[in-house]
Design a protein around this ligand. Structure first.
Ligand SMILES: Nc1ncnc2c1ncn2[C@@H]1O[C@H](COP(=O)(O)OP(=O)(O)OP(=O)(O)O)[C@@H](O)[C@H]1O
Ligand SMILES: [Mg+2]
Length: 270
């Protein structure tokens, strides 16, 4: 059975799409057949971050409306043969996402032998976000180290436990993973941001990873290459670790402590 994983947050702009692209690519690189679905109808960010926007012919809504088959709409990633992207449509019609339609697409992906289906949720808790999380087996709660983001993540945890299919059917609850993104240890030390421990204390769910605030994320998205391919980049390595943990490996957390400047650097700058 495919593992259906929603990347969600409540709050906007915290790094859901960046994380969906990086994690889906990382899983594919590790040999797992993975599909990533853009639930953000009207915006279409995921295909840009994955650098496949020019290959989009059909999209998620075309499939839901019966205008194209799932196979016609799935875009094969140019870097990994194990990764397929189902892009969002540019239409403003958010009601195009129906429960039956989404369920049909997910079960077809399962029949096609996908091991992982990553659902990139839109912000908020409106229809699109609910559709993205409803069928999930697992959720990656994407959170920035600031109070408003943690508060929204807490709200999403409540929704997962009350309004997901698993909750409604009385099945085992949606498995929750915390992904802290845009983490800046120096600002945490300066008391300007919440620490990993602060966030864990509030949300109290297992930590999947901590992704540092990094220029490499911006550079990668400008190039249309998921940051997980930047092997030297701190954020790329942190995403690789998170992917490894998702498939059951044990990895120590990196990039959670501020780099100590050497005495020489402190005296002479740099
Ligand atoms: N670790 C990071 N370091 C620096 N910038 C980051 C990091 N993660 C994400 N960003 C930047 O934050 C912005 C928002 O990221 P992204 O689009 O992934 O968020 P989102 O949660 O999907 O947003 P939305 O709610 O609008 O869908 C982007 O400009 C992205 O490049
Ligand atoms: Mg997004």
């Amino acid at each position: 059975m495919a593992r259906i994983i929603v990347v969600t947050s409540g709050k906007g702009g915290v790094g859901k799409t960046t994380s969906s692209a990086a994690i889906a690519s990382g899983l594919a690189l590790a040999g797992h057949k993975t599909a990533v679905i853009d639930f953000d109808i009207g915006l279409r960010n995921l295909d840009l971050i994955l650098g496949c926007e020019r290959r989009v012919v059909y999209d998620f809504v075309n499939v839901l409306n019966g205008e194209a088959s799932l196979q016609q709409a799935l875009i094969k990633d140019k870097r990994s043969e194990n990764l397929f992207i189902l892009p969002a449509s540019q239409t403003r019609d958010k009601d195009a996402l129906t429960m039956e339609g989404v369920q049909q697409v997910l079960s077809e992906l399962d029949q096609l032998g996908f091991e992982f289906v990553i659902c990139d949720s839109p912000a908020g808790i409106e229809h699109g976000a609910m559709m993205a999380l409803y069928f999930a087996d697992e959720a990656i709660i994407t959170t920035n180290p600031e109070v408003s983001s943690v508060r929204d993540s807490d709200r999403i945890l409540g929704i997962l436990d009350a309004k997901s299919k698993r909750a409604e059917k009385g099945l085992e609850p949606v498995k929750q993973h915390l992904l802290i993104t845009r983490y800046n240890p120096s600002r945490v030390d300066a008391g300007e941001m919440l620490s990993v421990d602060d966030i864990l204390e509030i949300l109290n769910i297992p930590l999947l990873g901590v992704i540092p605030e990094s220029q490499s994320v911006l550079n990668a998205s400008n190039k249309g290459v998921p940051v997980v391919f930047e092997e030297q980049a701190d954020a790329g390595q942190a995403y690789q670790d998170a992917v490894a943990r998702l498939v059951g490996e044990d990895k120590p957390m990196r990039y959670v402590k501020a780099e100590k400047k050497s005495l020489l650097k402190r005296i002479f700058g740099g």
